[in-house]
Design a protein around this ligand. Structure first.
Ligand SMILES: NC(=O)c1ccc[n+]([C@@H]2O[C@H](COP(=O)([O-])OP(=O)(O)OC[C@H]3O[C@@H](n4cnc5c(N)ncnc54)[C@H](OP(=O)(O)O)[C@@H]3O)[C@@H](O)[C@H]2O)c1
Length: 331
């Protein structure tokens, strides 16, 4: 029986990756890589094997991975928010390298290392020569999170014999997600808030489509390649409000806050953050994201290599997502 390990299995994307691998092949043993402290709320299927990991303990990591002989490792654990910028590099780059060093060497059994990076590693298309971000562009991340993901990618590529694949999803949404969710909690209260006066071109991927794609890619013959992941449609930032209001059956007052004002708040928040050691949610890096107008990316390689056809678009994905938030009492 082949074995797959999914790190960061307790998180939003990780829990769906576990489900997708369980559904893909009954002969595959699925290991959820978790910390001692990780929630197991969304890991209730009794076919799941748990594998406790501490990426900072290299010796133990090597011993534990050596004993298991996984065939596939999906490295999805990652830090998306942090008080200290250096923590992004520690978790997203250094811990990824610790994991790679602990993988079985010189063995026929190990077939694939998948790294869940982010479109943030390249940054928005605003800064690119074309109208969308593609593999051949020079990466221009606009925040520390993106820089750390790019640093991890560069490190991975130095392991010339590693059968890796890198995936850079755009914004992922779906049940259990907690960031885009915040927008719907405000919408439910009758306010439709937007930062910036200009319309943005956004891209999204529904979590179930992403998880299915990762399964296909893991079992494919492709290695040593990188891909952007989106659902192949371009949305406006106002579409979240449009679908949100329709599915919540709510009217809401549209409010647009100019980015100049938000940048001022960002400066102030960061100054306070430097004193308290806590990075505020609205910081200058976040403002740069909100100011970027074009988040389109090239997914043609996904179609060529994996025949990727997303099942969901933003309308059908949000319908399912909002229904889940309501059923679970989140909305
Ligand atoms: N959500 C998106 O829109 C999006 C877009 C592009 C890429 N991604 C990437 O997708 C991956 C999953 O993101 P997510 O949205 O599912 O985030 P999430 O819900 O915050 O999950 C993050 C996972 O990583 C684990 N983790 C974080 N720091 C760790 C550490 N130091 N040691 C071990 N495990 C650690 C967490 O474990 P605990 O539960 O123990 O904290 C959790 O399981 C990340 O690599 C992220 O960069 C996400």
């Amino acid at each position: 029986m082949k074995k797959v390990l999914i790190t960061g299995a307790s998180g939003f994307v990780g829990s769906f990756l576990v489900e997708a691998f369980l559904a893909a092949d009954p002969d595959l043993k699925v290991y959820a890589g978790v910390r001692k402290t990780s929630s197991r709320k969304f890991l209730t299927d009794d076919r799941i094997h748990f594998f406790e990991m501490d990426f900072s303990n290299q010796k133990k990591l090597e011993k534990d991975l050596g004993e298991q002989e996984f065939n596939y490792v999906i490295h999805n654990a990652g830090l998306t928010k942090a008080d200290r910028k250096k923590d992004f590099f520690l978790v997203n780059r250094d811990y990824t390298e610790n994991l790679i060093k602990a993988l079985p060497k010189e063995t026929e059994t190990f077939e694939k290392f998948i790294f869940i990076s982010s479109m943030a590693a390249y940054g928005p298309a605003d800064n690119m020569p074309g109208d969308l971000v593609k593999e051949s562009d020079t990466p221009r991340p606009i925040d520390t999170y993106g820089e750390s993901k790019l640093a991890a990618e560069s490190m991975i590529k130095t392991y010339k014999k590693l059968p890796y694949l890198i995936f850079r999803p755009t914004a992922v949404y779906g049940p259990r997600e907690k960031d885009i969710y915040t927008f719907f909690t405000i919408l439910k209260k009758g306010v439709e808030p937007y930062i910036g006066l200009k319309e943005q071109e956004l891209t999204f991927i529904y979590v179930k489509d992403l998880a299915k794609l990762i399964v296909t890619a893991t079992l494919s013959e492709h290695t040593q390649k990188s891909y952007f992941v989106a659902d192949d449609q371009v949305y406006s930032n106002y579409d979240l409000g449009k679908y949100g209001k329709a599915y919540l059956k709510k009217k809401a007052l549209k409010i647009k806050v100019p980015t100049t004002l938000v940048r001022g708040i960002g400066y102030f928040n960061e100054a306070v953050g430097r004193l308290t050691g806590k990075m505020p949610i609205l910081n200058l890096e976040k403002v740069k994201f909100l100011e970027s107008l074009n988040w389109k990316c090239d997914i043609r390689p996904l179609k060529t290599d994996f025949n990727f056809t997303p099942t969901y678009n933003l309308s059908t994905g949000l319908k399912e997502t909002i229904a889940w938030y309501q059923e679970e009492g989140w909305l």
